[in-house]
Design a protein around this ligand. Structure first.
Ligand code: HEM
Length: 409
């Protein structure tokens, strides 16, 4: 398998120095000792085991067996029929898969419906920021997370990033939906499917020569520690940005948004003893698991370039807005992450965004309390979401499905 193209690395990294820097930055950073106390988790207690060495045992065994016995096409065909939180599981699923999914679809006992409803209302008016931060910002962080960048690059979806982004958006948009955890919503469906996809990746990637060559010694991908890293690149990073942008928020909104993502973490298979109970606990975990591991990888640089190219295409066919998109991405994640991702500098657009964005946020926030503005804001944001999915799938739609191969060699 060809690694990411050296030409692209030189272009995006800029001249000779970049290759040296990439080469040096690529090996895995030393991971700090796990000292985060389970008393700060939603479980309130736990063994305190280092999540670096914990995966998702039951579903990992199950999905490995499904792949090995050649059942993936049958399971995927059935999974396509399951689209709503309240829908019974398709009867054609193999018994062992159905049995697992029946248990995995149950919300945790600590899920609080009223907090989830508060979060849905918050999503309704702040969809613009949340989509940008979770989608573009989270995307740019994910490519600076070496293990995630490599897992995505060498897995099946790495060969078709438009489809891959569309599939990931299915979960993101479900979480951001007004009916996220209601009976007609979709988060339970997309999260349980994603949990099974991750189990498949754990079985398949160790067979990828590209992944094994660059994995920094990890033998099974997507540990609980890795899951936490990615989780923080979504709600914790997003909340930090909302506060930085002075988006007005009641304590109930802030708590509701955290709760939405706590429940989603559980549904994705993160153990309760690792899920932070409060924003303070989340911040301390963020500092411990995410910040120290951010680094440049050739795979991450190439994926960044593809993702930003797609975004430029979506906003203006022909891609003429690429400098603007580069500057927006840099604004969202800051210089450190943007430099790790080798996002080119765009002085004109960077200045323009730094001046315009706070004004846009302030203006929008003044409008939010007006009658009819929240439903209008939601309608516009929803149209943008539908457009993104339509564009990425070329109108064909897509589904989260269990892969049975890695990226082709
Ligand atoms: C698949 C979300 C953590 C690597 C997916 C999918 C979603 C998703 C929605 C299904 C879309 C698809 O099949 O392409 C999440 C969320 C995470 C998380 C919300 C944490 C909160 C991780 C981590 C890694 C990872 C930590 C690796 C270190 C992958 C890979 C695929 C995948 C390789 C499958 C790609 C393929 O074969 O097509 N993830 N993920 N994910 N995820 Fe994650």
């Amino acid at each position: 398998m060809d690694g990411p193209s050296r030409r692209k690395m030189l272009i995006t990294g800029g001249a000779l120095g970049a290759f040296g820097a990439l080469g040096m930055a690529a090996p895995a950073h030393a991971r700090p000792l796990w000292t985060w106390a389970p008393s700060g988790s939603v479980a309130g207690a736990g063994a305190g085991a280092d999540p670096e060495w914990v995966w998702d045992e039951e579903v990992d065994r199950l999905v490995a067996a499904v792949i090995d016995r050649g059942d993936v096409p049958r399971v995927n065909a059935e999974l396509r029929k399951w689209t709503r939180n309240d829908q019974p599981l398709p009867p054609g699923l193999p018994a062992d898969v159905r049995d697992f999914m029946e248990r995995a679809r149950q919300l945790p006992s600590w899920a609080d419906r009223s907090k989830l409803e508060t979060a849905a209302r918050f999503n309704g008016t702040r969809g613009l920021y949340l989509n940008l931060l979770n989608g573009v910002g989270g995307g740019m962080l994910s490519t600076a997370i070496p293990r995630e960048a490599r897992a995505v690059y060498y897995s099946k979806g790495g060969a078709d990033m438009e489809d891959r982004v569309a599939k990931t958006s299915l979960l993101g948009f479900a979480v951001g939906g007004l009916n996220a955890y209601r009976p007609d919503g979709k988060v339970v469906v997309e999260a349980v499917k994603t949990r099974m996809v991750h189990a498949a990746v754990r079985h398949l990637l160790p067979k990828s020569p590209g992944w094994s060559r660059t994995g920094g010694g990890q033998t099974i991908p997507i540990s609980q520690a890795d899951m936490l890293v990615t989780w923080h690149s979504l709600p914790t990073y997003t909340m930090r940005k909302l506060l930085e942008w002075n988006v007005p928020m009641s304590p109930a909104d802030s708590e509701g948004y955290l709760h939405l993502w706590q429940v989603t973490a559980h549904m994705l298979g993160i153990l309760d003893e690792y899920i932070p109970a409060t924003w303070d606990a989340a911040d301390s975990q963020y500092g411990q698991v995410l910040e120290p591991i951010l680094a440049t990888t050739p795979e991450g640089v190439e994926l960044t370039d593809i993702l930003l190219g797609q975004l430029a295409e979506q906003t203006s066919p022909g891609g003429i807005d690429r400098p603007l998109v580069n500057a927006l991405a840099r604004y969202l994640v800051g210089d450190h992450v943007a430099d790790l991702d080798r996002i080119p500098r765009e002085p004109f657009w960077e200045r323009a965004i730094a001046t315009a964005w706070p004004k846009l946020v302030a203006y929008r926030e003044k409008l939010i309390p007006l009658p009819l503005v929240p439903p209008l804001a939601w309608t516009i944001d929803e149209a943008a979401r539908q457009y993104i999915l339509f564009y990425l799938t070329k109108g064909r739609g897509t589904h989260i499905e269990i892969p049975d191969t890695n990226r082709p060699d």
